[in-house]
Design a protein around this ligand. Sequence first.
Ligand SMILES: Nc1ncnc2c1ncn2[C@@H]1O[C@H](COP(=O)(O)OP(=O)(O)O)[C@@H](O)[C@H]1O
Ligand SMILES: [Mg+2]
Length: 516
Amino acid sequence: MTASPAGPGSDHPGRPAAIAAVQVTKRFPGVLANDKVDFHVDVGEVHTILGENGAGKSTLAAMLCGLYQPDEGQIFLSGAPVRLRSPREGLAKGIGMVHQHFRLVERFTVAENVVLGDPQQARFIKATEVEARVGEIGERFGLPINPRARIADLTVGQRQRVEIVKMLYRGADVLLLDEPTAVLTPNEVDALFQTVEAMTAEGKAIVFISHKLGEVMAVSDRVTVMRAGAVTGEVATADTSQRHLAELMVGRPVEVETRRGQSPSDVALSVQGLDVVEDGQKVVDGLDLEVRRGEIVGIAGVAGNGQRPLARAIAGMIKPSAGSVSICGKDVTAKGTKAARKAGLAFVPEDRLGTGLVPGLSLTDNMLLTRKRGFFVNRSEARAEVETAIVDYEIKTPSTEAQARLLSGGNSQKVLLARELANLGTPDGPQVVVVSSPTRGLDIGAAEFVRGLLHEARERGAAVLIISEDLEEVRSLSDRMAVLYRGRVAVEGPTDQLSIEQIGLAMAGVAEEGAA
Ligand SMILES: Nc1ncnc2c1ncn2[C@@H]1O[C@H](COP(=O)(O)OP(=O)(O)O)[C@@H](O)[C@H]1O
Ligand SMILES: [Mg+2]
């Protein structure tokens, strides 16, 4: 694409693109994050930026919304060159970005967040007016949200809706969505795509960022593919295939996994008729449970209804008095933690420091503890992995050699997650993960990062079992869920088919007593 006097052309002759970047370059110390990148999105269309982690997608979006300024090149808005000195200026010109990490104030309500920082609104607008408009926008674009709810009480999917409503409220005509599906359940993804359709139907231009081929094919009109900071291709979705996009993305022919929509894969974790007795009490009572590859199953329930012994029995830490546990087809019942791990299990226990990490060892040595698969042997690799984890999870530690006991609870949780979730679902890595309260104690950014990892592991074919007393955590992450009551499954089913009331009754044991 070249810049004509009227600005860069769109795919529709005679009509300029809603927003375009022409030959933009952005450098960070030691990194060429964007190298002469061309990109445009048209009015009423969805244009995806596709690329692997580190390809430069977020950097490009940041220049389009005014967060970063290009070192070279030019941004055009409706055909006219613009300089956007800040996101505020971008928004004033109709460009709104929804970041990977949300930027909402937790203790404020939805309506308060929507007008926060808006110079037009200041403090003079009536709360009821804001609430009415939030409601109206929600209706129009399929973004139902209670304007009076406090952000702290919302699920991640709901928070994302607030971010989108906020941009629409401020009059954004160009919306940039940076990996919006990374934190969503499959049903929430479907709802988001309907919102995207409603937005384009009203003439909004959508920049969608993703590295997932299936959803890119489903949602976009056009796709610009990036690799290592440069554009490797720009194609209309109608003229391409997942295989072609994958090749542009990784730079060589690849086998495309079209796992979504495939028949359910094999059972990777199977628990049959499990009994666990503690202090003469049956704390797990004839429990059956299956987790297939490519799904996330959640276990909810009030603490003390068998969650902990169930997890420990699967991980080989305690011996069940009856029943069996198998991992990837191998019977590991009462064979110990090493056997479970060898069969393909990764385990994140409730008790992070103690059963998870060794307090007196350094982070690097903690990373090395469970790495005996051959793909990972030496200390400098372990240290490099800790260094990456420190950045990805925003771990606060004096160094990679600090002792685990010196870290705060949230930070040691992050180290443990980084160790256990690495390579999850890949041929080299574990195939099954059992994780207790994966996002408990994490700040919002790290919690989103962990959700993204679990969803990605599912896409790669891992079987994921989440055990948590936080019902929202279970509901927002799992495809299927079960409620434990007195060591038994009180109710189970696809997460979107169980009502809160049903779950609540089961947690309280009402379903069980009613049946008896
Ligand atoms: N603020 C920054 N400072 C330094 N390096 C950065 C910064 N933002 C991104 N990078 C680097 O630029 C490259 C592209 O990053 P990014 O645009 O975030 O990729 P993507 O969104 O495709 O994963 C990466 O190598 C990343 O480490
Ligand atoms: Mg990014």
